[in-house]
Design a protein around this ligand. Structure first.
Ligand SMILES: C[S@@+](CC[C@H](N)C(=O)[O-])C[C@H]1O[C@@H](n2cnc3c(N)ncnc32)[C@H](O)[C@@H]1O
Length: 235
């Protein structure tokens, strides 16, 4: 049985990397929301899980963090290696499988931006995150907001976990939508307590910039950001 839809990027990785780089969505919405949510990472051991083209990997390295990053997609792995100029440790690895490169209790933070919705069953991955985090370590992730993704759900059932197929400008994308209560329960069951949830809004672009989704992302919750702390055991 298929465990994830990460192969959505097989033909699209290069286009995705180019598209993300300077588009208003990244500059005035996605990145400010995440950067505002990240704590001080200087001198911390950080795992960037699903690093994509490596924007956050590079940012965290520049902040003085000791970063290990990985992605399923070989193009993204190479891109991130080049972007970080050998200042981070980068692997090709699958988030749906055990993270064999990572020892128990080896990270202070895991940063996982826009990746977990590609997993069908994410509990084994959350349990793996728990294993590799130090006691009191934190998982910081962002995902598509389950309220807004309901617009694309085939059955209009908020409480179901469903596969969504969406047509992005760069091509077709497949991912899963989970209700908020499921997100919370799964974190509790894998040994995390939620410390903070954020629903970022865009920053106002300068007048000369056309950002078509500004009004929409000002009024609708597009992203769910979560910071959760590892507790000693799940329940
Ligand atoms: C939307 S991109 C986000 C990339 C990066 N975190 C960022 O925010 O710029 C999603 C990433 O998740 C990765 N991904 C999806 N499924 C994965 C899996 N099973 N294992 C590892 N990476 C996966 C994709 O290859 C892609 O790089």
């Amino acid at each position: 049985m298929k465990k994830h839809t990460g192969d959505s990027y097989d033909q699209l990785a290069e286009k995705y990397a180019d598209d993300q780089e300077n588009k208003p969505w990244s500059t005035y919405f996605e990145r400010p929301g995440i950067l505002n949510f990240l704590p001080d990472l200087a001198h911390k051991d950080v795992l960037d899980a699903g690093c994509g083209p490596g924007f956050y990997t590079r940012y965290m390295v520049d902040q003085g963090a000791h970063v290990t990053a990985f992605d399923l997609n070989p193009f993204f792995v190479e891109h991130t290696k080049q972007r970080t100029e050998q200042r981070a440790t980068i692997y090709q690895a699958n988030l749906a499988e055990p993270l064999t490169f990572a020892a128990d209790s080896s990270f202070d933070f895991i940063v996982c931006i826009l990746v977990l919705h590609y997993l069908k069953d994410w509990q084994p991955t959350l349990a793996e995150f728990n294993r590799v985090l130090r006691p009191g370590g934190r998982l910081i992730f962002s995902t598509h907001h389950p309220f807004t993704d309901l617009e694309f759900a085939p059955n209009d059932d908020y409480f179901a976990t469903t596969l969504i197929e969406d047509e992005w400008k760069i091509g077709k994308m497949r991912f899963y939508r989970r209700p908020l209560s499921q997100i919370s329960q799964d974190l509790l069951q894998t040994g995390f307590i939620i410390e903070e949830i954020a629903e970022p809004q865009p920053i106002k672009p300068p007048d000369h910039v056309t950002f078509n989704s500004y009004e929409r992302s000002l009024k609708k919750p597009m992203r769910l950001l979560v910071r959760a702390q590892k507790t000693t055991t799940g329940r």
